[in-house]
Design a protein around this ligand. Structure first.
Ligand code: ADP
Ligand code: MG
Length: 391
């Protein structure tokens, strides 16, 4: 226990980052805060044993193994290098990628995903989170590719959206007059949010403006409605479409990035909640508890059991169903506090992360060769056949 230096383990880049089940789980311990370190009684509730293992120091001591364990000395740059940059590479190759931050309030979810929003605008600080870094790398890579593949007339279109789920209501953070949006499912394109604003972005600056706008709308909504922003989930999404020509065919590839900052996972105290308040408390939990349930059932499915997965029971799981057991490469970052005061929440987060390791996704490249003459011929023939049947 105590505040003595803890051993640090480097966060290793993993050339085989995306294992065959397409899910990565990283646990990140935040540093001891100033308020925790003053006075007596502080002890640590976890000990890192290697770059992949961490031990919970309660009764009974329990050791956990993850794809990565990031200790207190791991920087924002390290997290980006190991978990953020592979998302961009994959997105450009046509894979959907998703990153979740899960953990109790104050454990470092927003720090990891975004960093301090006020730092982003003028001079990006080295404490900026994984989201701004992802877009720095995305646009730098896009610029290089466009030059390298000039012959193929390679073009990219990137569009972003930003939403919040609170109390099972979806609000558009880029257009806060749009509240209570609905999730729809399209047989071809999958799940989407109806009437959600999508903004084309051409630079890191464009993205940062959206992040600032969304964060500010989120703050205003929380203040106006007298609610805690720690109880809402935010999803920043970017779809990247690339088009190029080869052998007189136009090829299209499509990848989606989902960056999710979940509501605090701590158990809610329902004391004093009555009527609407009680209903609200139950609803606020709904997305998070359904997420836990979906993951639990996915573990059964991975073990060969046949089970119904209740994606549609909550907005969060419905919206992100592709990222959980579907067509996506998904990274879960579980953030924990090192303090004994939070020992039970930390244990609960470690157990959640442990279960998440067993999810199996089946990611595939989203592509389309729309100029394929033979494919068009086949399609025409098929339509003719269908017409004949109708006659
Ligand atoms: P959450 O979003 O999970 O509620 P925050 O990201 O807001 O938690 O973190 C709570 C506080 O701890 C913030 O002041 C944040 O800057 C700080 N913090 C969290 N993680 C780290 C870290 N890895 N390094 C330095 N400070 C951190
Ligand atoms: Mg937060």
């Amino acid at each position: 226990g105590g505040l003595e230096n803890v051993p640090s383990f480097e966060l290793q880049e993993d050339p085989d980052f995306w294992n065959d089940h397409n899910v990565q789980v990283l646990v990140r311990t935040r540093p001891v805060s100033n308020s925790e370190s003053v006075g007596a009684g502080f002890t640590r509730c976890v000990r890192q044993d290697s770059a992949h293992t961490i031990t919970w120091l309660g009764q009974p001591e329990t050791r956990f193994t993850f794809d990565h364990v990031a200790g207190e000395s791991i920087t924002q740059e390290d997290i980006f290098r190991v978990a953020g940059s592979p998302m961009v590479d994959n997105c450009l190759r046509g894979y959907n990628s998703c990153m979740f931050a899960y953990g109790q309030t104050g454990s470092g979810k927003t720090h990891t995903m975004l960093g301090d929003i006020d730092d982003l605008d003028c001079h990006p600080s080295h404490q900026r989170g994984v989201t701004p870094r992802i877009f720095e790398y995305l646009f730098a890579t896009i610029q290089q590719e466009v030059i390298l593949r000039e012959q193929e007339h390679l073009r990219f279109v990137c569009k972003c959206s930003f939403l919040e789920i609170y109390n099972e209501h979806i609000t558009d953070l880029l257009d806060p007059s749009s509240t209570n949006l609905h999730i729809r499912e399209d047989a071809k394109t999958g799940v989407y949010v109806e009437n959600l604003k999508e903004v084309e972005v051409k630079s890191v600056h464009d993205v940062v403006q959206l992040l600032i706008q969304g964060a500010s709308n989120r703050r205003v909504a929380a203040t106006n409605m007298n609610r805690e922003s720690s109880r809402s989930h935010s999803v920043f999404a970017c779809s990247v479409e690339s088009k190029w020509e080869s052998n007189s065919l136009t090829n299209i590839r499509f990848g989606r990035l989902n960056l999710v900052d979940l509501a605090g996972s701590e158990r809610q105290k329902s004391s004093g909640a009555e009527g609407d308040r009680l209903k609200e408390a139950a609803n606020i939990n709904k997305s998070l508890s359904t997420l836990g349930l979906v993951i639990m059932i996915l573990v059964d499915v991975a073990n060969g059991k046949e089970r119904h997965i209740p994606y549609r029971d909550s907005k969060l799981t419905f919206l992100l169903q592709d990222s959980l057991g579907g067509n996506s490469k998904t990274t879960i970052i579980a953030t924990i506090s090192p303090s004994n005061v939070n020992a039970l929440e930390t244990l609960s987060t470690l157990k959640f992360a442990q279960r998440a390791k067993f999810i199996r996704n089946s990611a595939h490249v989203n592509e389309d060769s729309s100029g394929d003459v033979n494919a068009l011929r086949r399609e025409i023939q098929q339509l003719k056949n269908e017409l004949n049947i109708l006659k």
